[in-house]
Structures are given as structure tokens and as C-alpha cells.
Ligand binder design. Structure first.
Ligand SMILES: [Mg+2]
Length: 126
């Protein structure tokens, strides 16, 4: 492939690849925020389908072939997410940073470590 990697490829470069793919096919006319949000959810469902009947342990021990299939669905989700960001001119890294800051405020580690929520009866883990 091209040599893309998480450590060396920027979101800006990936977003440009998605935009070029869409422009070459004149698909912007179809890539409305409405359609992109729905497509993103469809691809997320395709991702979930791979895990639908697995036990929690099985879901952590996927075959190499299954990992490839799962990675393709994750790429589909990511592709639509980037296309939506392009369409709405949203800076994803900035949005991510803001949302993570909100998450840190909403779920302080001192209260939520090892617990899924305030109703979780488990004590805070060390
Ligand atoms: Mg797919």
C-alpha cells in the first residue's frame, strides 16, 4: 500500500485522500451531512455485526482474517467521519480535544476508575 501509518500520516492528509476520492467521482452531490451521518451509522452497524454473537472473550481473540474484516469496517466508519468533517468544515483534532476535556470533567478518574458509572456498585479501584 502507500505506507500510511498512525505515527506518520496526518489527519489533514487522510482528509485530502477522502476528498480527492469523492471529487474524482463527483459524489459531493450525494455527500450531504444527512447522508454521511446515516452512512457512518450503517458502517458502524457493519462493524458491530462482526461481534454480534461472540462472547466477550471471543471478541478479544479474533482470527487474523477477522481482524482484516474488522479493520475494513473501521476504515469505512473513519472515511465517512472524515468526509463529514470535510463537508461541515469541522477540525476533527480540535473537536476531539474539546470533547476529551469535557469527558475528563464529566468522568473524573478519582470517581470513575474501574467503574462504568455512578450507579456501578463496584468501589473505585486503586
Ligand atoms: Mg463496510
Amino acid at each position: 500500500m502507500s505506507g500510511f501509518s498512525d505515527s506518520a500520516t496526518t489527519l489533514k492528509a487522510l482528509r485530502a485522500v477522502v476528498q480527492e476520492f469523492i471529487d474524482e467521482r463527483d459524489w459531493s452531490q450525494f455527500h450531504t451531512p444527512k447522508n454521511l451521518s446515516m452512512s457512518l451509522a450503517v458502517e458502524a452497524a457493519e462493524l458491530m455485526e462482526h461481534f454480534q454473537w461472540l462472547t466477550p472473550d471471543e471478541s478479544r481473540q479474533l482470527s487474523a482474517d477477522k481482524i482484516v474484516e474488522v479493520s475494513e469496517e473501521m476504515a469505512d466508519v473513519f472515511c465517512y467521519l472524515m468526509s463529514m468533517a470535510n463537508e461541515l468544515e469541522i477540525d476533527l483534532a480540535e473537536a476531539f480535544e474539546k470533547k476529551m476535556n469535557k469527558n475528563r470533567m464529566k468522568y473524573p478518574a478519582v470517581e470513575f476508575r474501574g467503574r462504568f458509572g455512578l450507579d456501578d456498585p463496584r468501589p473505585v479501584s486503586e
